[in-house]
Design a protein around this ligand. Structure first.
Ligand code: KG4
Ligand code: ZN
Length: 365
């Protein structure tokens, strides 16, 4: 039996504080303990995330979360192999809290660190969705990552090897869900509320555009769709709005889902993947899960979808990714860490060590 790897993982890139302990032994990866503290109640007031407010909240909760995870996982600090942390992309002040915490722990315990890209966390939560190990036959995998900040198709060639096939040129799918939800008076973050409402409406009531669906590239664009909803919604009277809200929601959700699925289909034709991954906060959307399942069946490709509980931001996914990075013998010291708000998935992961460049382009001294 090989020696166990225990990873303490931290995620603070946006408005969820996540801490987790993930263990790998003999190819099996298990989440020993994980906890997420959401700040949604706080950001409701501003209708969006204010970075400094998010950072302050991360600071307030991270210590008790760390204590909780260490206790629940029943792992002593001596038995922790490395500290993993999301270094980017995300909100700089929010990222900095997690990175600083990871540096302090790594320094105090004399442990290495594993810098993780937020999106590779999402990718690994899908790769490990329905199993405690990743079969090599899963690669190359085609990942559709859909969240509040990203909409991207990625060719996951192998462990920790990513090629971005296309991403959004403006709004992310989750962002569009949130903005349209706000327009319909559904509060913040409106994605889940809008998708629940959409389930009861007529998806063909409004003919909203399917942006860039026929363009030969694998890029997405959702800001025009959002504007189309605005133009359909504004002229309606208050009574009409109350009457049509459900159908607008259903028609909008159908347009997003069809766009995502058709682009994924184009990517399947180009890359002939051995598996399909669906992940990110919007992967919790049931219409999207059903449509991706149909697509996967049509092409006879196994589909792995991030479990509902891990579709949104969490630290378990960061620990899961870190296990495979660490197993490749790739770790660094606390000095090498930095929070980087803008971080390209494929560029960063080629050469994540030894020193990350700062967001402003300067090198850490
Ligand atoms: O991955 P995530 O937690 O954070 C980012 O990395 O952005 O994704 C959050 C996004 C939000 O925009 C939220 O509205 C959206 O995921 N979302 C949904 C659903 N659940 C969460 N969008 C559509 N349908 C859902 N059921
Ligand atoms: Zn995310």
């Amino acid at each position: 039996m090989s020696e166990a790897i225990n990873i303490l993982a931290i995620e603070t890139s946006c408005d969820e504080t996540g801490v987790a302990m993930v263990r790998a032994q003999d190819d099996q990866v298990k989440i020993l303990s994980q906890t997420v503290a959401s700040q949604v109640d706080i950001h409701v007031v501003t209708g969006g995330v204010v970075p400094e407010v998010a950072a302050r909240e991360h600071v307030a909760v991270i210590k008790p979360l760390l204590e909780q995870v260490m206790t629940e996982a029943k792992i002593e600090s001596n038995d922790v192999s490395a500290i993993a942390v999301t270094v980017g992309p995300g909100l700089q002040p929010a990222l900095a809290v997690g990175v600083t915490a990871a540096q302090a722990i790594a320094f105090a315990w004399g442990k290495p660190v594993v810098p993780v890209h937020h999106l590779e966390g999402h990718i690994y939560s899908a790769l490990l969705a329905d199993s405690d190990h990743i079969d090599p036959s899963s690669f190359p995998a085609l990942a559709l990552i859909v969240s509040g900040g990203h909409t991207m198709l990625v060719n996951v060639e192998n462990h920790c090897r990513y090629v971005i096939l296309g991403s959004t040129v403006d709004d992310a799918a989750g962002e569009a869900f949130d903005k349209v939800a706000r327009l319909l008076g559904l509060g913040y973050p409106g994605g889940p509320a809008l998708s629940a409402l959409a389930a009861g409406g007529n998806p063909e009531a409004f003919a909203f555009p399917r942006p860039m669906i026929t363009s030969p590239d694998l890029k997405f664009s959702f800001s025009g769709l959002k504007t189309a909803v605005l133009y359909a919604w504004r002229p309606l009277s208050v009574l009409e709005q109350a009457d049509k809200r459900v159908d607008v929601a259903a028609s909008f959700a159908a347009a997003v889902v069809e766009t995502l699925v058709r682009k994924t289909e184009q990517a399947i034709k180009r890359t002939a993947p051995h598996s399909l991954l669906l992940t990110g906060g919007v992967a919790a959307n049931s219409q999207l899960r059903q449509a991706m399942s149909r697509l996967a069946r049509a092409y006879s490709i196994p589909l792995k979808m991030a479990p509902l509980a891990l579709a949104g931001d969490n630290a378990a996914m960061i620990g899961q990714a870190a296990v495979y990075i660490f197993a490749q013998g790739r770790s660094a010291t606390w000095r090498d860490l930095d929070a980087v708000a803008r971080l390209n998935l494929d560029e960063f992961t080629v050469d994540r060590f030894p020193v990350l460049s700062r967001a402003d382009g300067s090198q850490p001294g």
